[in-house]
Design a protein around this ligand. Structure first.
Ligand SMILES: [Zn+2]
Length: 956
């Protein structure tokens, strides 16, 4: 599977055939002939230009940083430290660090450095704040003022006016969140140098009115992985077929250490780099935020494509993106550089940096430069784009943006304040006024949601008294209802509430609303494209739809918590939640503490315990069981309800017998249950009143999971990363094994095999490998196939399930494992699902099946994207399935297609094979670390999948 997507912001699983953007042949000489613009070049134009930033005398005149002369001699330019000019080579992290710190030391009057944490691999994360010496001296005060405008409660108009009148605008330039979009990394050094060293009045005047916060590399681990490899093979060859233009699977540099796309992660806040940057962001609250990317064929800056998230204040965004767009356009026109606006890049999904920061009140903008990643590449029209060109384009756009912001300082501050202030007043049209989350059976998951919200600056309160709502709407309405009709409901003390009338209310709304609105004009256009596509002949190319990313992400649904949105806000006593720690540790740790003080750990007297029990109501119970098994303790699980002592224990209850385990058990159990937030009960007698007790044959032994996760070609890189992160975060160890090595005896080292989303399994295993896999399953092992890792089970050559894709019966034979044509190019007849950009549906769970244990409600919100729906298995268990009739909870669906075809189809299937299990998950429960609500479906597959039937069955 090609890791390259059609553009840099996209993560929409549209793998681009290799080389579409990097084609044709070339002369290496072209590159060598390009003039190198040295910082010391004598060709530099010595004249000082006051009128337009970096404006040349004619469009043919090349750009040079020399335009910003004079430079302060004591400040070392990047070339002086590096020994080469901009774009001649790819700079490594430590070399960039040397350049930046040398500039900062020499220009400390203008530059302050802030280290805000470390990446997963331990690289320092830094910001460089640049402004006039006077502003730098009062930088803390400027930050305080910006935060004050961001929280306008109790701030009079006169006080706000005072701040607006005397405070510089804060402009944040973010570099290299995608590690292989390297022009941004290179331009960071020249941007800092220009701002810190130039005495040109256009620079110094801008710094009087603006504080520039420069983040030179958001994703140092991905960048370093990529450039260390690229530098080792680079020839500077621009041809798409050249060796240096494709990188090995493991080297893919877009993502961070865990292979997460961090320009999708602002919603889940899963990665440490994301969390640390968010925490630092909230200290500054910039008014302008630029997120630099690469590398489409033509430079992009806003105005954006449709759709825009409703809560950004679309009029505000239109006004400011037009102002910045015009300024960037004029600067690019002056050099004759090409650019594009209003295409492709939208502002809808709130997990991007541009939409996230816009929701917080900044003018958040994505800039995509037209090169980089390699030293040179050939465009479609045969011209060559170089790393140096691409870095210069970013540099000019950043400087133009800074200068434009400085010129509009007061107006930007005023609009920022107005946007934040408007969030305090509820619009009469907005019925969503309070969100209430009832912690219920798994308070850990409710607290995980609360911790996420608090970490992005949303105020969450825990009620200390009960309250009644007269107009509450459940996020997960019962079957046959759509939740539109308000209900009366009593909420107990301990309910978590979010009042939408708060400074961060717009972001809270975007994260929490059940459904995000797409502009009617955008929807109409997609419907028209569908109509035109349906009229086209079988071989005609079909129009693409314009969905850029998913259309559903409502956090109460992704977290699977019992939640309501309320039209009323009756007063209730409550306390404000605070994180115990923020950013540096794993969210797992702090949310557990927040949720479960006093109710976790081992109850009773260890010394006299014959056994310990814990129920399976929390995700953390699954993790505790897996951790204990991987420490070689022996555990059993109740396969049916069982009475022990005075209590009935439900299915999924875990039993740990003292006599069958080493003496270290009580201490380990105490520590782990405390750390994970699980309540464990000790049992002092094996004799039960009116029940079988812990000796019951309801208990089945669990095996220590020996887990392999498939890696390498054919496996989605981000998909592997999501599984890796999910297991690592839970403290569960596994082996990563290339698909090609999952053969014969190697398989017997494992009893659980996880296949992340991917499209190369059928060929990856090959005929022999598939036979080995089947034999291994028959011996009592389990395979978990996630999304594409499971969909291929239905292929006739795999034959691991009797489930079949909807629409496959009528059409030609299709391979479920191979996506030969894009979804848009496939037929659009009424029997086939149209591809979903991503929506949330209500599904039914069989709570009696081991995958459904711990889901007593029987219904669950689940995520689905793509165009594969599955008819139910006729031989296995359809553990999670869609009911009859409408099941959409959130997101875009195709009218008269999606819900009609999804009715009564399967979502999670257990196909028994011999004494083993092929577990098929139609979509990926680990996707973007955004789906705690279905986490246990995944963990239960790992924990219970390798269970074998008891060796002794009475009556046989
Ligand atoms: Zn990018």
């Amino acid at each position: 599977m090609s890791p390259i997507t059609r553009d840099s912001k996209s993560g929409f699983r549209l793998p681009r055939p290799d080389g579409t953007a990097f084609r044709r042949c070339l002369l290496l000489a072209c590159l060598l002939l390009l003039p190198v613009i040295a910082a010391s070049s004598a060709r530099a134009n010595p004249s000082r230009r006051q009128s337009a930033l970096a404006s040349p005398t004619s469009p043919s005149e090349p750009f040079s940083v020399e335009r910003f002369r004079p430079f302060r001699a004591e400040v070392p330019g990047p070339a002086r430290t590096l020994g080469y000019e901009m774009g001649e080579r790819h700079t490594t992290f430590r070399d960039q660090e040397a350049v930046l710190l040398a500039i900062q030391r020499a220009a400390a009057d203008r530059v302050r450095v802030v280290e805000y944490g470390r990446s997963v691999e331990g690289r320092p994360l830094r910001l460089f704040a640049v402004s006039s010496p006077g502003n730098i001296q009062r930088l803390d005060d400027i930050q305080r003022r910006s935060r004050r405008l961001a929280d306008p409660r109790g701030l009079s108009e006169a006080e706000a006016g005072g701040i607006v009148g005397q405070t510089p605008v804060i402009v944040w330039i973010n570099h290299c969140i995608h590690g292989d979009e390297t022009a941004s990394f290179e331009s960071a050094m020249w941007l800092l140098y220009t701002l810190a060293a130039s005495d040109a009045s256009e620079v110094t005047a801008a710094l009087e009115n603006a504080v520039v916060v420069l983040n030179p590399v958001f994703n140092p681990d991905g960048h370093e992985r990529y450039v260390a490899y690229y530098n080792s093979v680079a020839l500077g060859n621009p041809e798409g077929v050249a060796f240096e233009h494709s990188v090995p699977w493991a080297v893919w540099g877009r993502s961070n250490h865990y292979r997460f796309d961090m320009n999708r992660d602002k919603l889940a806040q899963s990665q440490v780099e994301t969390r640390l940057e968010t925490r630092e962001y909230l200290n500054w609250y910039p008014q302008v935020f630029v997120d630099q990317h690469g590398q489409p064929e033509t430079y992009f800056f806003p105005p954006n494509a449709l759709p825009a998230n409703r809560h950004v204040d679309r009029a505000r965004v239109a006004k400011w993106t037009d102002a910045f767009g015009r300024a960037n356009g004029a600067a690019f026109d002056a050099y004759g550089w090409s650019y594009v606006t209003r295409e492709t890049f939208d502002l809808f999904y709130p997990g991007y940096l541009d939409s996230f920061t816009t929701l917080l009140g900044a003018v958040g903008m994505t800039y995509e430069t037209d090169g980089g990643g390699t030293l040179a590449r050939r465009r479609g029209d045969n011209t060559i784009s170089t790393l140096r060109d691409a870095a210069q384009h970013h540099l000019v756009a950043a400087l133009t943006t800074i200068r434009t912001a400085a010129a509009n300082r007061a107006s930007l501050l005023r609009d920022f304040h107005a946007y934040r202030k408007a969030a305090l007043t509820l619009d009469p049209k907005d019925k969503l006024r309070r969100v209430a989350v009832v912690p219920g059976g798994d308070p850990g998951r409710a607290a995980e949601l609360a911790a996420l919200l608090v970490s992005v600056g949303v105020e969450v309160r825990e009620t200390t008294g009960a309250f009644k709502s007269g107009r509450a709407h459940p996020y997960l309405p019962g079957e046959g209802t759509d939740g539109a009709k308000p209900q009366k409901r009593d909420f107990p003390p301990g309910t978590l509430i979010v009042e939408l009338a708060q400074p961060q209310g717009r972001l809270a709304r975007a994260f929490l609303e059940p459904d995000a609105e797409l502009e009617p004009g955008f929807l109409k256009e997609q419907e028209e494209r569908r109509r035109r596509n349906e009229k086209r002949g079988g071989n005609e190319r079909r129009e693409d739809y314009e969905f850029y990313d998913t259309t559903a992400w409502s956090l109460p649904l992704t977290h699977g918590v019992e939640a309501y949105w309320c039209e009323d806000t009756p007063p209730v006593a409550s306390t404000l939640l605070k994180l115990q720690s923020h950013g540096t540790d794993r969210p797992w740790d702090h949310y557990v503490r927040l949720a479960a003080e006093g109710t976790v750990g081992v109850s009773g007297d260890d010394a006299r315990a014959v056994a310990y029990l814990f129920d399976y109501s929390r995700d953390a119970s699954a993790i505790l069981a897996l951790r204990l098994l991987q420490k070689d303790y022996r555990l059993a699980v109740a396969t049916k309800p069982v009475r022990i002592g005075s209590r009935e224990w439900p299915r999924g209850t875990i039993l740990v017998r003292t006599a069958r385990n080493p003496s270290t058990l009580p201490a380990d159990l105490r520590d782990l249950s405390q750390a994970l937030g699980v309540r464990v009960e000790s049992v002092r007698s094996g004799y039960a009143e009116g029940g079988a007790g812990p000796g019951s044959d309801a208990f089945q032994d669990l095996r220590r999971p020996r887990i392999a996760v498939a890696t390498g070609d054919g496996v989605g890189i981000s998909a592997y990363g999501a599984v890796w992160y999910a297991l690592d975060r839970a403290g569960i160890s596994f082996s990563a094994v290339p698909v090609s090595r999952l053969r014969g005896r190697a398989l017997d080292r494992f009893n659980v095999l996880i296949l992340p989303d991917g499209n190369g399994y059928l060929e990856g295993f090959g005929k022999e490998g598939r036979e080995d896999l089947r034999a291994w399953l028959q011996r009592g092992n389990a395979v978990l196939g996630l999304a594409g890792g499971g969909r291929w089970f239905a292929d006739k050559d795999a034959d691991l399930t009797t489930a079949k894709p909807v629409g496959a019966e009528e059409g030609e034979e299709e391979s479920a494992g191979v996506e030969a044509v894009s979804p848009e190019a496939k037929g659009t007849d009424a029997s086939r699902p149209l591809s979903l950009p991503g929506a949330i549906f209500r599904a039914r769970v069989d709570a009696a099946h081991f995958l459904g244990w711990g889901y007593p409600a029987g219904v669950l919100p689940v995520y689905l994207s793509g165009d594969t729906f599955l008819r139910k298995s006729t031989t296995g268990a359809n553990v999670v399935a869609f009911g009859k009739g409408p099941s959409r909870l959130s997101g875009f669906v195709w009218p008269d297609n999606t819900e009609r075809l999804l009715s009564e189809t399967a979502y999670v299937i257990d196909e028994p094979i011999g004494s083993g299990h092929a577990l098929l998950y139609l979509d990926d429960p680990t996707f973007r670390a955004l789906w705690p609500g279905v986490r246990r479906l995944f963990l239960s597959g790992v924990l219970f999948g390798p269970m074998r039937a008891p060796y002794f069955n009475p009556g046989e």
